[in-house]
Design a protein around this ligand. Structure first.
Ligand SMILES: [Zn+2]
Length: 313
């Protein structure tokens, strides 16, 4: 039943071609959940429609909008985004406020997810956290003493663009061999394909039978005991662990929370991450850091965005 209060907050996550929305009460209880697809040229209308759908479950006071890009929270402008349609970037915030008459809070998707975990998920009893979101891309966010720490430029926490392989593949950011070029969902699939093509023993893998597959399919096969898929997740986990070890040595942060679609592979990827991080970081720093999986699931970014909208009032 909808709560009879106007103090509800919507959170909307815009991904490459899809969006997810939630409606939460002021206390943080999820009242509704919606998903939809969108075309780049109708992004504003699709967001407005999704907010309208969520509004049927309870009156909305404000909306948190999480996007795959860097946001200046002072000016509510999108600074850079490889995932968002170009035409939508400049005035997305003002256009949405105008179209809906609602207050919108614009935020980077990893920052929103980090805030959600901090307030209502795996970081709720921690003071400082580092959140790493591994999905179509890899994002990160640092929360110190309850506040997002975004640094001098606003881009702090971009762990996906730390160099892991100096001779690696070219990254969307212009660098080569970033963590994202190894461990994001599409890059796990790319590496798996390359290996399936050149390695005769990998033809025994069930994945080799599939014409097209996703990182989610690979995780499923790994959980069904497919050796090749298990090995791909282990190798991916080791690369993530290298970056995590650097974060542990640099920040000695209380908790590192890993979320995003790739982490739905569970222990098959989390264990190699932890093992590699242990191997490569100072023992004292490692022992003071808890490395855990995110708890809010696929709606984590949207829930975090809604909580940001609530707390920004
Ligand atoms: Zn990069």
């Amino acid at each position: 039943m909808p709560e009879q209060s106007a103090n509800n907050f919507a959170g909307i996550e815009v991904a490459m071609t899809t969006m997810r929305g939630v409606l939460i009460s002021e206390a943080g209880r999820t009242l509704d959940h919606q998903e939809s697809k969108y075309e780049p040229e109708s992004l504003i209308k699709s967001i407005t429609d999704l907010a309208g759908e969520l509004g049927k479950s309870g009156e909305i006071k404000a909306v948190g909008l999480a996007i795959p890009g860097l946001v200046n929270r002072e000016t509510d402008r999108v600074l850079a985004s490889t995932g968002l349609p170009f035409t939508a970037r400049e005035h997305i915030h003002s256009e949405l406020m105008e179209a809906t008459g609602l207050r919108f809070e614009l935020e980077n998707d990893a920052n929103a997810a980090a805030y959600g975990e901090y307030k209502a998920g795996a970081g709720r009893d921690a003071r400082d956290i580092f959140y790493i979101g591994i999905g179509d891309a890899i994002g990160g966010a640092i929360i110190l003493d309850g506040k997002l720490w975004t640094g001098a430029s606003g881009c702090a926490g971009e762990i996906g663009h730390i160099t892991i392989d100096t001779e690696g593949a070219e990254c969307v950011c212009g660098n080569t061999g970033c963590l994202e070029t190894i461990a994001s969902g599409p890059n796990i699939v790319r590496r798996a394909r390359e290996r399936l093509n050149r390695d005769s023993t990998s033809s025994l893998s069930r994945l080799a039978m599939q014409e097209s597959f996703t990182a989610g399919d690979l995780a499923l096969e790994a959980n069904n005991g497919d050796d090749f898929s298990v090995m791909m997740l282990e190798r991916t986990g080791r690369s993530i662990g290298i970056a995590v070890a650097s974060m542990i040595n640099l920040l000695s942060i209380e908790r590192i929370i890993l979320g995003g679609a790739v982490m739905e592979a569970g222990d098959l990827i989390l264990k190699p991450i932890i093992a590699e991080a242990r191997k490569r970081s100072f023992q004292q720093c490692f022992e003071a850091t808890k490395i855990v999986a995110a708890e809010l699931g696929p709606d984590g970014v949207a829930i975090g965005a809604a909580l940001l909208a609530r707390d920004a009032q």
